[in-house]
Every structure is written in C-alpha cells, then in structure tokens.
Design a protein around this ligand. Sequence first.
Ligand code: ZN
Length: 524
Amino acid sequence: MTAQVELYDTTLRDGAQGPGLSYSVEDRLRILHKLDQLGVPFVEGGWPGSNPRDTEFFRLATEEALKHATLTAFGMTRKAGEAATASPVLRHLLEAGTEVVCIVGKAWDLHVTETLRTDLDEAVAMVRDSVAFLRGEGRRVFFDAEHFFDGYRSDRSFALRVLRAAEDAGAERLVLCDTNGGMLPNDVARIVGEVWAGVETPLGIHVHNDAGCAVANSLVAVEHGVRQVQAVVNGYGERTGNADLIPIAANLTLKMGAECLPDGSIERLTEVAHYVAEVANLAPDSRQPFAGRYAFTHKAGLHASGVERLARAYEHVDPEAVGNRSGVVASDLGGAATLRMKAAEFGLELSDGAVPRTLEELMEREARGYTFEVADASLELLMRRASGWRQPFFEVDSYRVHVEERVGDDEPPLAEATVKVVTKGTRHIESAEGHGPVGALDNALRKALVNDYPELEHIALEDFRVRVLDETHGTGAVVRVLIDTSNGRAGWTTVGVSENIIEASWEALVDGYLFGLLHPRDAA
Ligand SMILES: [Zn+2]
C-alpha cells in the first residue's frame, strides 16, 4: 500500500487537556515551530475565545512564517436555536484569522437528546448552518463528528445525516471521532469501511486511548480509507490520552509504506517526542514505542550480544530510522551522525577527536539528569568545550544569595545576591535584589558583567522551569533547571543540574549569559 496520509496535530488543543499540562504562549509557539520543522501539514493551535491565552497565541502565531504547517483553529457549531451569524464561538473562530478551521458537532443521538436537549433535525441543522457560514466567510472547514462511533452504533442514520450535512455544506474533511476512546480495531475497521462507501469527502480519524487502542485504531482506519489522522505528540490528553503521533508516524512510514512526513523527518521523531515532553515539563516516557529511552535497549547478556551480531533478529525497526539508538545507555541525541548534524546547525565543525569526547560527555551528563533537547545553547557550549574551547569572557570567584522573610508582613520574601566576577583583569563585586533567589542572582550577575559588556543590558531572564528528577543521586533528589534567556531579538535555553537548586540555577544562568556574549544581538 502506498498512500498519502495527512497528519493533523492537536497537541496544542485536545492534547493540552491532559492533567498537569499548562502551556504558556511561548511554549505553544515553540511546539508550533517544532512541528513545522518536522513537516506536519496541519497544526491545531487551540480554541480561540475559550481563554485569553488561546486568543493571544493566535494573534502571534498567525504572523509567524511557517514552512510546512498550516495553522488551524478549533471551535464548535452554533448552539441549538441560535443563528450561525449570531454565534460568538463561530465569530471567535473567524477572528483567529486562520485559513483552515475545524469545528466539532454531535453525531450521537444520545448526546443530542440528553445533553443538548434538542431534536435530531436541529442537531443536523446546527452542523449544516455552521459549516455553510464558515465557508461563506472564505474558510476551509474540517468537521469533527463527535462520538461518531458510538453514534453510529446507536442511530446509524442520524450519524450519517450529520456527516452528509457537513459534506453538503462544503466541509473538506469528515473526521470520525472516538471521543470516549472505547472502540476496538475491528469496530473501527468495519465502520470506517461502511462510511467510506457512502461519502465523497475524504475522511479523518480522531481517537482517544481509553481502551489502549488509539494507535491501532488510527492505523486500521488508514487501511480502510481514512486520509487524515488527528493525533497528539506523546499521546497527551485527558484521561488516558489521545492517539500518539510518534508511533503513528513511524508505523505509517516504516511499516505501511504511507507518506505522511517529508523525507528525512522520521529520523527526528525521537528528538521531537523528547522536545515536546521537555516543553510540557513532563519526564519523557522511557517506554514510549520508537522514541523511548528503552525502546531499543536490550537486557544484558546473551540477548544483547545477539543484538550486536544481528540487530534485525531482535529489533522491529532500525532504531536510527526514528533517531533513536540501541544500547544500555541511550543518549537522547543518538550517535555521531546526529551530533555532527547538530553541530552544523550551530555553525560548528567538530573535529574527529571531538566527536567521541562530546558523545562521552553527553552520555555522562544525561546519566546525571541533564537534557539537551530543549537546551540547545548548553549543547552548543558543551560541544565547544569538548573541542578544547575555553570561554574568554569572565571568571566567577563566588556567588551568594539569601532570602529574607519578615514574618507577619504581607510583602513577599525578598532575595539578595552578591556576585564576585573577574572580567578583563578587573574584579567586580555586585549585589542586587530580586523577587526570588534566581532573579536576584540574575540581577547581580548582569550588574557585574555589564561594566565590560554593555550589550548585556538587553539580556533578560524570561522563564525558568524546575523539575525534581526521580533518579536519586546519593542522598538527595536531583534538580534540573531550564532557563530561557532573551536579548530581545533571539531567545535560547540552558540547563543546570545539581542536588542544590541554587547551584543548578546558577549553572544554567551563567551559560545563558555566556551564550549571549558568544552571539551578540547586533552581530550580523
Ligand atoms: Zn478528542
């Protein structure tokens, strides 16, 4: 089978419903760009009007230059008894300014009579009017038929009427949703096949993982005629999550001969999976098919030596095909080839001697809890250091921070930091305050450096994220800090790891400044 399959990513909308997930507008833009680089053709950005963050995201994202991805906005049909022209939801959808919109409508009679408390004819009209209205406003429309599979089993003629209403009104895709996530592959195969025989419009599939079958259901739907697959990177989403885009893309490409991403993109799946986990501030799933750290890690002994002799006898695909690797300690960045590619991105040329040194350093650091998927700036510094580079800008003598809380007053605790550094032969001692210890250290370091490096005035700490890692190291838990720094034109991320949160923050902070000095914003 050779088919064109269209991936529709909903990490930023349906996937953002997962417990413990909260993406800032910046996070969303990062994920959008990562998916664009990967070559995902449709990226759903959110539900405009549902909250200020979604609205702000669309304002910024519609101005971004995207190479592969078309940004889409999500909403629902007009309400029962409402005119489409009067629907605030549809108006917000138009205001998002995307070329493509996706709207959801009810396809299960039970929901119409019990949740919407209206009749089936009105439910069909809600879909038809809403699609027609959006088409009239010049939008391309995808239609998500909510609870389609349950609806089809309950009242097949109603479920099909809903689809036909969307089709007649001009929807470009009819997306069959297993919203409760309980379907098994056999059900999906049969129902998709039956529906496909009766409509002209390309179908899509959107499934949740409540029965543990989301990936299987998505693949079987493709086999039975579905063109579009809606999925979420790492399968995040409410309850047990959405269908995971990573194994879906890998299986489609490597096993089903389908084209779903540009050439060369599949090799980046592992990196993208880990990147999105880092932005979500969740530990990457070590057992995730294809991308997990253990996905190709064989247990030691006979089996492992067998792998060395004849990998294909023990591995379902070549781990490098998805940017992963086999081995006991799997470096997230894979082997020498990936490393060279990364170095080229930074404009560095790694000497032959530097490659094994960098790999060794990387693996050693990853074992201690570092992660470099997001922290590109730290990775560049690590590569430079492994090649023998020593930073010429400043030397740190010492730093100190204390936090004072006056018990009983309403003011937040105040932090004060003192930093001693040497720049160009001169010793600077500077103190500064901040709302937290990291803010105070940042202010003091900037003050100490700005004498000799006035360009650092533009540098600002934008965000920092802390994660306590599960792996315990000696007596204490290890803390990883990621810091985002910006010079007003470009932003970068650095990482620090320690049992001490201040030390981890300091490491990330210093590397953030170093990177800023290496890449001044006024350089061409
Ligand atoms: Zn959903």
